[in-house]
Design a protein around this ligand. Structure first.
Ligand code: KG4
Ligand code: ZN
Length: 346
């Protein structure tokens, strides 16, 4: 074993995926295991926290063992264990945090608590090692919608956030109302493929001229009102048209706000992060705009956009290099904020 290698085990259990990954020197992903609970929660139309927690308890040991086995390492080879400690569901977070603590303590290696949102951002470095700093990030997940200025590793500033629903949350709620599956994003995207994006004129909430914040509740209400009005009149609306028109409205706002942020904050590149980053209309729309501006544009493969242990290992690698370790009293913090490196130490 080469002693200079930095071998990080990353663990993610903040919502409904139990995941573990082994990353070497921040470059080589040796293993990546994801045990998804989607089929368990699908029948309820969303994640049931108590069930999620129990499922994590059932799978965590197996998932970690598989990750180590596939990588060809055991605990004594690891440099550190990185684990998501927030934001997320408390019962889910606690399983990962407790497991990581116990393993790191027994192996006498550092424990590194990771903010889940920082993990999503670091997913970009799994496949793109040389992203030019400073860069702008559009982080769009089920719980968050943020524009973030990333100055250097672990040094970032929130420029804008949602004032109500997150982009992914809006996708999930509308998919549910349309009777599509859970999680809603991929189902809306699929239904929209056969729909007319101009069939319904839904609002694009841009807020104040200099604001980089988002608001999706007006759009959500407009779609629901359209559906209710039609129902009262006994009319049937075309699901594909509704999905396409809704998706176009969300993506329009995300793209316009991102372009506004790029004008206000000159950067060298743009990166996408979070589950909604898997949306192909969002990627294509931004790709077109960024090409016009000659700016590099990065986004993770779909598997690294949604929740995964590899992104946690990658953020853990940079925190390990900066010696930003956590103490043994690390706890789950369900409402953890993304506040920039110096303030997110635990
Ligand atoms: O990042 P993530 O896996 O979990 C959170 O940290 O929230 O994001 C999940 C969100 C869900 O709201 C899901 O509907 C959305 O990402 N999503 C998508 C797509 N794939 C996942 N939204 C739009 N288009 C997609 N293709
Ligand atoms: Zn996430």
């Amino acid at each position: 074993m080469n002693e200079k290698q930095v071998i990080i085990l990353g663990i993610e259990t903040s919502c409904d995926e139990t995941s573990a990954a082994v990353l070497v020197d921040g470059r080589e992903l040796k293993s990546h295991i994801i045990s998804s609970q989607v089929s368990t929660h699908q029948k309820y139309g969303g994640v049931v926290p108590e069930i999620a927690s129990r499922e994590h308890c059932l799978h965590i040991q197996n998932v970690v063992e598989q990750a180590l086995e596939q990588a060809g390492y055991d605990f004594t080879d690891l440099s550190a264990i990185a684990v998501t400690y927030g934001p997320g569901l408390v019962g889910s977070l606690l399983v990962g945090v407790a497991a990581a603590k116990a393993m790191a303590y027994a192996a006498e290696i550092p424990l590194i608590g990771i903010n889940h949102l920082e993990g999503h951002i670091y997913a970009n470095f799994l496949e793109h090692k040389d992203i030019e700093f400073p860069f702008l990030i559009l982080l769009v997940s089920g719980g968050h919608t943020n524009l973030i200025l990333f100055r250097e590793h672990l040094d970032y500033e929130i420029l804008g956030q949602t004032r109500d629903d997150a982009a992914g949350e809006a996708f999930d709620k509308i998919a549910r109302a349309l009777g599509l599956g859970y999680p809603g994003g991929p189902y809306i995207q699929k239904a929209a493929q056969h729909g007319d994006a101009n069939a319904f004129q839904f609002p694009r909430t841009m807020l104040e001229a200099d604001s980089l914040d988002f608001s999706f509740s007006g759009l959500k209400s407009a779609v629901l009102n359209t559906m209710n009005t039609a129902k009262m009149k006994g009319e049937t609306l075309n699901t594909a048209d509704l999905a396409a028109s809704f998706q176009a409205a969300v993506i329009d706002v995300l793209v316009q706000k991102t372009l506004r942020a790029l004008e206000m904050h000159p950067v060298k590149s743009l990166a996408l992060a979070g589950g909604v980053a898997a949306n192909s209309l969002l990627r294509e729309s931004l790709q077109t705009e960024l090409a016009k501006r000659n700016l590099p544009f990065y986004y993770p493969s779909p598997i690294f956009c949604t929740d995964n242990g590899a992104m946690i290992a990658m953020a853990g690698y940079y925190r390990y290099k900066a010696k930003k370790y956590s103490s043994w009293i690390l706890n789950a913090v369900p409402a953890l904020k993304l506040a920039g490196s110096d303030k997110t130490e635990n």
